[in-house]
Design a protein around this ligand. Structure first.
Ligand code: 5RP
Length: 291
């Protein structure tokens, strides 16, 4: 118990300096609770306002994807270079060292594989996400798909449960089989996720991406998609940043690269330092021979 007698009297009230009331740096996040903001500030760098997330959750629907056959050998050495990791609870418990000290975007929905019909998903328990110290709950949302209702309920459930514990939700827009990957569809999917409570949205690049980003009231992170030549992937990332994305959440374009560490560093230079794709590619070429 603190001593009651002999304490130094308070004198430094600085009555001439008003206490600052600062806004939160991330789009659409100012009214969130402290715990949510703390988790988001661990994912998004408060200086650049952006993030480079490394996604390796593919196994939950695809099994041992190329580059992810032995995640202990290919992914674990990459983690230190990412701002945040996106993975399943299975990968986290079995392979990711608990000493990494990186925020985790936890794959919170799970379901049918590529062998059957995709997107028939459910969610895990919130206590499990809390136990794993998740910073973000990643939920697939299939707007316009047969499983739209199921996945929207999953999103709503994740937002409700996450809000109870101060964990934000990432709405991951799935592309329905018959949907065009265009700005009309993607802006609708992103907006629907945000309006239903997602704190961050992951979606694809398209012509008119600036409209997708502008009409989404929360930060958008760019989904990578299938492996592209490195210069093309860097160009796509740079265009997305110019047009309003707040970072990337990439998997195959990193771990299927000729040199994943070099590629991750080149992507970071585009995302955090606004490096041009040409310069970032030169950086990749130099680093790939050194690392
Ligand atoms: C689907 C996902 C994936 O599981 C994964 O994260 C995608 O990463 P990439 O397309 O960059 O390989 O979220 O949307």
């Amino acid at each position: 118990m603190a001593d009651a007698d002999g304490n130094k009297e308070s004198v430094e009230f600085h009555t001439n300096i008003p206490q600052k009331t600062e806004g939160f740096f991330l789009k659409g996040s100012n009214s969130l609770e402290w715990g949510m903001k703390d988790r988001l500030a661990r994912i998004f760098n408060p200086k650049s306002g952006r993030t480079v997330m490394l996604a390796f959750d593919h196994g939950y629907i695809m099994g041992p994807t190329s580059g992810l056959e032995r995640m202990d050998l290919t992914i674990v050495p990459l983690i230190e270079h990412a701002d945040c990791i996106m993975c399943t609870r299975g990968a986290l418990r079995s392979l990711v060292p608990p000493t990494i000290n990186k925020p985790v975007s936890l794959r919170y929905s799970a379901g049918t594989t590529v062998l059957t019909e995709l997107n028939d998903e459910c969610t895990m328990n919130i206590e499990e996400a809390v136990r794993l110290n998740a910073s973000l709950l990643a939920v697939m949302v299939a707007v316009g798909d047969k499983f739209e209702g199921v996945t929207m309920r999953n999103l709503t459930h994740a937002v409700d449960m996450g809000t109870r514990y101060g964990i934000p939700t990432l709405g991951v827009t799935a592309i329905g089989k018959d949907m065009a990957r265009d700005s009309r569809y993607l802006s609708m999917a992103a907006r629907v996720c945000a309006e239903n409570g997602a704190h961050v949205v992951k979606t694809y690049f398209c012509e008119g991406f600036d409209k997708v980003a502008a009409s989404c009231p929360v930060p958008i992170v760019l989904a990578g998609g299938k492996k592209l030549p490195e210069l093309d992937a860097l160009t796509m990332a740079a265009k997305a940043m110019d047009q309003g994305a707040c970072g990337v959440d990439m998997g195959r374009n990193v771990f299927q690269s000729e040199n994943p560490v070099a590629m991750l560093k080149a992507i970071k230079s585009v995302v955090h330092e606004n490096e041009t794709p040409k310069k970032a590619f030169e950086m990749f070429e130099t680093l790939k021979n050194e690392l």
